[in-house]
Design a protein around this ligand. Sequence first.
Ligand SMILES: Cc1cc2nc3c(=O)[nH]c(=O)nc-3n(C[C@H](O)[C@H](O)[C@H](O)COP(=O)(O)OP(=O)(O)OC[C@H]3O[C@@H](n4cnc5c(N)ncnc54)[C@H](O)[C@@H]3O)c2cc1C
Length: 307
Amino acid sequence: MSVATAEVLSAPEFRAAGTDLSERRRSGLSCGSVIDLTASPDTIGIAWNADGAAQIGALTAIAAIASDARLAQAYPGIAAAAQGLATPQIRHMATLGGNLAQRSRCWYFRNPQIGCLKKGGSDCPARAGNHLYHVAFDLGPCVAPHPSTMAMALLAYDAKIVTDRRSGLSITDLLGDGSNGTADNLLASGERIERIELPAPLAGERALYKRAISRTHAEWPLVEICVRAVISGGTFQQVHITAGGIAPVPLRLAASVAALEGKPADASTIAQAAELATSGARPLTMTGYKLDLLTGLVRDLVERIAA
Ligand SMILES: Cc1cc2nc3c(=O)[nH]c(=O)nc-3n(C[C@H](O)[C@H](O)[C@H](O)COP(=O)(O)OP(=O)(O)OC[C@H]3O[C@@H](n4cnc5c(N)ncnc54)[C@H](O)[C@@H]3O)c2cc1C
């Protein structure tokens, strides 16, 4: 088994609310310099464009996103994802930027005594070890699922990220395609997320979020999904389905989307879309159960959107 390198452990990090960073400081996993982020009008709160599109500052608390009535009306999938994650205490403190940039929850990564690809090591100990909560879409050398619920929901809304150096970044630009096992995101060293820009909501769209969990609260999901669609003339239009907890990055369920787009909003279309949710899956020895959860979540949410 590989060992962590001092170089990786000593990289400087931002502290927004510190709900992720503080734990890694305590365990010795992060021991470089800390740069505290302070809010400015550009980096905190929710602003609205004339066309009804929202911009959310990176230092906005998850609880503020969860409780904003206008956001829940315009972007119900994002509001519901924020309402569902972590605990009231964590949501009250944790920020959107920190949620997107939080580090992996893999128990091997979190153990400072064990090396892994994300700590400069040469292999992923979870692959041959205990990976019960890990990926069911094996897309890269690291088999830890990406932990960010908000990234999964923002992907469904085609959100763009603005940093202090770049703008117009998609969630895929930020997190990659899962083939880079060495990092949780593709931000450059010292690059800071400033805000998230959302497109204006679609006329008549509906959206839902749901997670499958192993205990009632205070846990990352086993699988989570966000579904958006317009139903017009009895057919599904402009469908977006994204899933988290199943891959090294949040995934778009392209085969399910293709099975719904332009098709009648009926039971047979929905059943086919649910079956196709696992297209491309490559579960690990212990993660096959996630495919049943994924199929069930897609069926449930698409049925409710069509009802
Ligand atoms: C019991 C429990 C359950 C949880 N369940 C979930 C869950 O279901 N889904 C989920 O998504 N999360 C979950 N979380 C994680 C929680 O959401 C994150 O800890 C939190 O969002 C991190 O935000 P923060 O502001 O505290 O980040 P910090 O801890 O301050 O920072 C985290 C990381 O992000 C970087 N960072 C912070 N802000 C920025 C920025 N603006 N630009 C660039 N980098 C930045 C920091 O350098 C650091 O590496 C859970 C946490 C706990 C304790």
